[in-house]
Design a protein around this ligand. Sequence first.
Ligand SMILES: [Ca+2]
Ligand SMILES: [Ca+2]
Ligand SMILES: [Ca+2]
Ligand SMILES: [Ca+2]
Length: 292
Amino acid sequence: MKKNLFFILSVFIIFVQCNKDDDVSEEVEIRNLRDQVSVDQDMLETFLKTHSYNYEDFSNSNRDIDVVFDSIINNSSKISLFDQASIKTIDVMDSDSIITSHNLYYIIAREGINQSPSIVDSVFVAYEGLLTDNYVFDNRVFPVWIDLANTLQGFRESVSELKSGNFSENSNGTISYTSFGIGLFFMPSGIAYFNNAQADIPEYSPLIFKVKLMTHVDTDHDSDGILSFFEDIDGNGNPFGDNTDGDQLWNMYDSDDDGDGVLTINELDKNNDSIIDDTDNDGIPDYLDPDN
Ligand SMILES: [Ca+2]
Ligand SMILES: [Ca+2]
Ligand SMILES: [Ca+2]
Ligand SMILES: [Ca+2]
């Protein structure tokens, strides 16, 4: 059995590699975000209307529970996913600056009892990723650390809806987590891989994730003393693209945000009074103000 699987994988990888070297006529057509989002949302809504999950198992339990989908085509006694889902609207801008709204459908099976991570924090998650035909393309049974800033837009907007749990150290040194957030997330391809096919994910695939958020840490990517989430200069709720000095690095990755040659960490609070300095009192703090 293992040999067979290896053979299939080898063929698949070779196939992908051959494909890459093919001439441009084989390349994936670039579709319009607006057209694709309605196709994807139809596919997701069909899945949501024809499936339910084991929601009964989540009431009054603080333990580790797996989300299990089941078809309700022949079972009308269960509440559909569609009737339980909330929608978070995510705007995506294309290369012509046209904004297209995307529905991220989600169900919080269990909220969790601590804080939610921001969309750029590091999270410790177990998850399963599926296509709308129930094919599982990724399955992390044991939690892994992931930097949400480096993940799909749909994934970071999903995980930030959950709250983390409690943890305790066992006598053998392992950590147990309880009461952590568990959610189901359904995203159009425009906030997933869109035209970029992955090993097991065809282009233009809407994705489904079951996620357990064990814990998270606030992240300061450039170690400049300001958490990445707060390097959101335009105040639009995310720090992506915010770039005070207009160089190659966004503020969240730039240790000298205003490009004046002084590291942010060294001009945040020069007199150590725990107040961020604004020497010329113009309302712009020194670290974002090249003439202070
Ligand atoms: Ca920072
Ligand atoms: Ca910069
Ligand atoms: Ca500076
Ligand atoms: Ca200033």
